[in-house]
Design a protein. Structure first.
Length: 274
């Protein structure tokens, strides 16, 4: 349908409460926790059957807590960031035929609508990297190119889908921080379950994220490689309303340094086409 408009909203939640060094699980003596909730709002407008425009913005809530040991009484600490995040605007182009391969390419710019604040670090380096004391951010503070592509093919009564996406920051923000490049590649299969209103799917994805850099020096926390298995389900409710739920399970991780990580990432959302 030419001129179709679609609105989507998703909420992603994870709780990073386990310390890993590389792939090895370690103790968490400071009882550190990072709870992340990210509502994501997206709009998509199909100008022609093959070309469209899209925009998305996030409203993250990030809270980091822990306990600092003291000689007398341990002291709890909390650091939080909440509010509007960065906004992505771009376009997509679709080719192929539904009965065979179909493919979509997209390109966009991530605009710095999220607030940033100057990170704080310890006075000494650890393994040549800065040790952050406070670094929670709602945005990157820079204009960052993003791009991706996906391909679909009918297979065994369902659809085989493969995709690649990347965000490539290349400049520092006003505070001297440059967010690390991230990329994700994956593939999965989706199939209707007894009715065209219910679809089950599963994906396997590899996520690579580079460490952030502050004034040319790597930041210790962050970066690594993850492999996620993501089962999920989607179903139609009424006319034009789609509800989706999935969970990303890390089946492999190799972190660039010692940092907190989660056991699962949960996502729930819906979309409405007009």
């Amino acid at each position: 349908m030419i001129g179709r408009f679609r609105f989507s909203t998703f909420v992603t939640r994870e709780r990073r409460d386990t310390v890993y060094d590389g792939s090895q699980r370690e103790d968490n003596p400071l009882q550190e926790r990072t709870a992340i909730t990210v509502p994501l709002l997206m709009v998509d407008f199909r100008v022609t059957p093959r070309f469209g425009l899209h925009a998305a913005t996030a409203v993250p809530l990030i809270a980091r807590t822990g306990v600092v040991p003291r000689a007398a009484v341990p002291q709890a600490f909390r650091d939080a960031a909440r509010g509007l995040g960065d906004t992505v605007v771009g376009a997509w182009y679709r080719g192929g035929a539904p009965s065979r391969w179909t493919w979509t390419v997209n390109g966009a710019l991530s605009l710095p609508t999220g607030e940033t604040r100057a990170p704080r670090f310890r006075g000494e380096l650890s393994e040549g990297s800065l040790v952050p004391l406070s670094r929670l951010q709602r945005g990157s503070g820079t204009v960052d190119p993003t791009f991706g592509m996906s391909a679909e093919y009918p297979l065994a009564g369902g659809r085989w889908v493969s995709s690649f996406a990347a965000r490539t920051p290349f400049t520092e923000n006003d505070d001297g921080l440059r967010v690390g490049v991230s990329s994700e590649v994956g593939s999965g299969w989706a199939h209707y379950v007894k009715t065209h209103r219910v679809m089950a799917f599963a994906r396997l994805d590899w996520l690579h994220r580079q460490q952030d850099v502050f004034n040319g020096t790597p930041v210790l926390v962050g970066g690594g490689n993850w492999v996620y298995l993501t089962p999920g389900i989607a179903f139609m409710v009424g006319k034009g309303i789609n509800v989706q739920a999935d969970v990303k399970l890390p089946v492999y991780r190799n972190l660039a340094n010692r940092q907190l990580d989660s056991h699962a990432i949960y996502q729930l959302g819906f979309s409405r086409s007009f």
